[in-house]
Design a protein around this ligand. Structure first.
Ligand code: ZN
Ligand code: ZN
Ligand code: FE
Length: 760
């Protein structure tokens, strides 16, 4: 008995080889009918016996092409037509717009085989790709997603590439970036001054230069990397010197897992993540003995490592180098360079040579960063490989543009029950970053064919993102409290809508009482929140200056604990007496010393007190180094601390903790032990607070969010303690716990506010 069924499939199903996949499976199952791309995704009509149809449907869901993902599949029976054979119908171009564009992806195994096959026409061709792999988001200039609307428009296909492109049976059917050595992009080697290098073999020469210890700028998928041989200490030192002031760890790239195992430990979960199509940087624990330069990740127990993801990376790493440093091509705080002329200007004085090519990058995307926490991946930076994939929301909502935070900016657009979180934009105070923020919003709007109905922004009126939002005069706006947004961001990615307790710990966020919040015990849902408690307020002498100079927070804290007579510890001897006096005056008289409940600042103070770090070069450095200092494999005893109920608020007061800690400093206890005790005490305090708040509210769901929860030791210990006490713990996975995930929370809260009629 023949039946006919109509199948509607939505998700990432266009530009990822979905129609040829449907075509092949249909032929295999003996199904007649057709497949067609329309504005919502893919539409299939299939005719066959019930058994054939069941088999076909099963394959459609379980044998997806690697880049495809299905968000919905609906099926309805329709009258039989008596088709013979299966066809790919041509699309109505103008209707093809709203389907999702896929992220940029690693080079697939089929292409890799061809890359290293001497018989293949694309043997050693650095731009090989297919329907299942290659650049996507970074080369799209407009919609529909078709070759003329990508930066590949500049390369007319040769007859043989065109034939593959047109053939449904080819693995390059409708592969928009399809190219070969005859018709596609070419490598080029430039010298420091931007003029062509005399060499006629750019790749081989680049490898030789790297082996000689030179610094190369290498054009990748979403921008330029600066590369050196990671085992060459002089080369790494020179790169550090030229990048100036920057002490951030450099990322590494190695050919395969075996090479990585030479210098880092890899768990099963990490192995899986390293090899995934997204190819993120994964933070891996360093081995005790290894050949990597100590300057790659100073004061760090981890390396950030990725596997190659472009054909060019594979060619570079084919024979030499156990690892290359592949750090983003920029100066501190600037966006990664991605346009050729800009790269030559901005990396002038850093790069000795440029290994570049003539396929343009339209949207820059930094490498994504992931860390395994409690056995689960947690994204710390969500960019290349993940963007612009949609994130499922708990409910459908109006079109919201959420403009995010200021420092680790990302923005977010919602359509129905999907959120599209942007690539990592960066620090908006940098002018170039700010203009890329504006361009990024326009571009994503264009390729999603989307218009905002509401704008969400942070409550902080001075954030440049807030100002941008308030300038869009024709649209209603919703101001969202920073820590509520962190809470909602984590809830949204878990599809959680019921009220949760939120332990929201970060650096700085604008509070509704006008103080600077950052160690918050909240109760809230996607609509509203209540502050049930917080870390005790401390003056932050000099405001922003205190974030750059942790010793300021140390003095503030010591003053709280000891008053006039500060204890004799090495840190105080380091600070010039006039500066010390000035700080004391600021604190005592409240001059330029806003009050903060920040947990990040408490980490800063402890890092300074223990002599680990009194000045920082990048955000979060002191807290990171404090975590890295924890002595491994020790059992730590808690410090004393107090939780006091002040009227309506439960306040965590660290005075007892600090005096016990200072006592240990004076007795010469090593920092590894002090740091461990400090961390374990915070984890216990979290469990303690949640226990009390559960008694008060009856709620046993706990969200851990905010930048502090990038800290693995704290997060894992807090999770363990909470789970042992029967709490349901929600931590981040799909979006970062830091401000890079904030826009998602803003977007869902604004979506709810619109429903409640609260948008202004
Ligand atoms: Zn491929
Ligand atoms: Zn060709
Ligand atoms: Fe934050």
């Amino acid at each position: 008995m023949t039946q006919r069924t109509q199948i509607r499939i939505e998700g990432i199903v266009q530009g990822v080889g979905f129609r040829p996949f449907v075509y092949r499976e249909a032929l295999d199952c003996g199904i007649a009918g057709w497949v067609f791309n329309d504005s919502r995704g893919v539409l299939v009509e299939a005719e066959g016996t019930p058994l054939q149809l069941a088999d076909f449907l099963d394959r459609l869901q379980h044998r997806l092409p690697p880049l495809a993902s299905i968000t919905s599949l609906q099926q309805s029976d329709i009258p039989v037509c008596g088709d013979s054979g299966f066809t790919i119908r041509h699309s109505e171009k103008q209707a093809e717009h709203t389907a999702q564009i896929a992220p940029d992806t690693y080079v697939c195994d089929d292409c890799l085989r061809e890359l290293f096959d001497p018989e293949d026409p694309r043997h050693r061709y650095p731009f090989i790709n297919c329907t299942n792999c290659g650049p996507r988001y970074s080369i799209v200039t407009g919609i529909p997603y078709d070759r003329p609307k990508t930066t590949m428009a500049a390369f007319p296909m040769c007859p043989s590439c065109q034939a593959e492109y047109d053939d449904p049976a080819s693995r390059r059917f409708h592969a928009q970036p399809n190219a070969c050595p005859q018709c596609g992009p070419q490598l080029q080697l430039l010298q420091a001054d931007g003029t062509p290098h005399p060499s006629t073999t750019p790749l081989d020469t680049a490898i030789t230069l790297l082996r000689q210890g030179q610094i190369l700028a290498i054009k990748g998928l979403g921008g330029y990397h600066l590369a050196v041989d990671a085992c060459n200490n002089d080369a790494v030192a020179e790169l550090r010197r030229r990048k100036a002031r920057d002490e951030k760890p450099f990322a590494l790239m190695s050919r395969d897992l075996d090479q990585i195992r030479q210098y880092a430990q890899i768990s099963k979960a990490e192995e899986h993540l390293l090899s995934s199509t997204e190819r993120p940087i994964v933070l891996l624990v360093q081995r005790d003995a290894h050949a990597i330069s100590p300057l790659v990740a100073p004061r760090n127990r981890y390396f950030g490592v990725m596997l190659p993801y472009t054909p060019l990376h594979y060619l570079l790493l084919e024979q030499h180098f156990s690892a290359l440093v592949m750090t983003s091509g920029n100066l501190t705080d600037e966006p990664i360079a991605y346009q050729d002329r800009d790269a030559c200007e901005r990396l002038n004085g850093i790069a000795d040579d440029y290994l570049t090519h003539n396929r343009e990058i339209y949207t820059r995307t930094d490498d994504s960063i992931v860390r395994i926490m409690a056995g689960q991946p947690m994204l710390l930076r969500r960019s290349r490989g993940y963007v612009p994939r949609g994130i499922a929301l708990p409910t459908s909502q109006r079109n919201v543009l959420a403009v995010g935070a200021e420092l680790k900016n990302t923005f977010c657009m919602t359509r129905q029950d999907r959120a599209f979180l942007s690539h990592h934009v960066g620090d908006l105070k940098n002018l170039d970053v700010y203009s890329s923020f504006e361009q990024g919003i326009t571009h994503l709007q264009k390729i999603l064919e989307w218009q905002p109905q509401v704008i969400a922004h942070d409550l902080h009126p001075d954030y440049l993102s807030s100002q941008y939002a308030l300038e869009q005069e024709s649209l209603p706006t919703v101001a969202v409290q920073h820590h509520h947004a962190h809470l909602a961001s984590c809830m949204a990615e878990h599809g959680e809508t019921e009220p949760c307790l939120g332990m929201i710990f970060d650096g700085i966020g604008y509070g509704v009482d006008g103080h600077i919040w950052g160690g918050e015990f909240l109760l809230g849902d996607l609509m509203q929140f209540q502050r049930l408690g917080h870390f005790a307020y401390l003056p932050m002498p000099g405001g922003d200056a205190a974030t750059r100079q942790p010793y300021r927070m140390a003095i503030s804290l010591l003053t709280q604990v000891y008053g006039e007579e500060l204890p004799d510890i090495p840190l105080l001897a380091e600070i010039p007496s006039h500066e010390f006096k000035l700080l004391r005056q600021m604190i005592d008289k409240g001059i330029n010393s806003p009050l903060t409940s920040s947990c990040g600042r408490l980490f800063d103070a402890v890092a300074a007190l223990t002599g680990l770090r009194s000045q920082v070069n990048y955000e979060g450095q002191a807290a990171l180094e404090l975590e890295m200092a924890i002595a491994p494999n020790l059992d730590f005893v808690l410090y004393p601390y107090t939780l006091q109920q002040d009227e309506e608020m439960l306040v965590f007061d660290p005075k007892l903790l600090i005096s016990a800690l200072v006592d240990e400093i004076q007795h010469g206890v090593p920092v590894g032990r002090i740091s461990g005790r400090f961390h374990i005490t915070l984890a216990a305090m979290i469990a303690d607070v949640c226990h009390r708040l559960r008694e008060q509210t009856g709620i046993d769901r706990v969200v851990l969010s905010g930048g502090v929860f990038q800290n693995r030791f704290l997060t894992e210990h807090a999770c363990q303690k909470l789970q042992a006490d029967d709490f349901k713990v929600l931590t981040h996975a799909l979006v970062p716990p830091n401000d890079g995930g904030l826009a998602l929370g803003q977007a869902v809260i604004a979506g709810q506010a619109v429903i409640a009629g609260q948008a202004r």
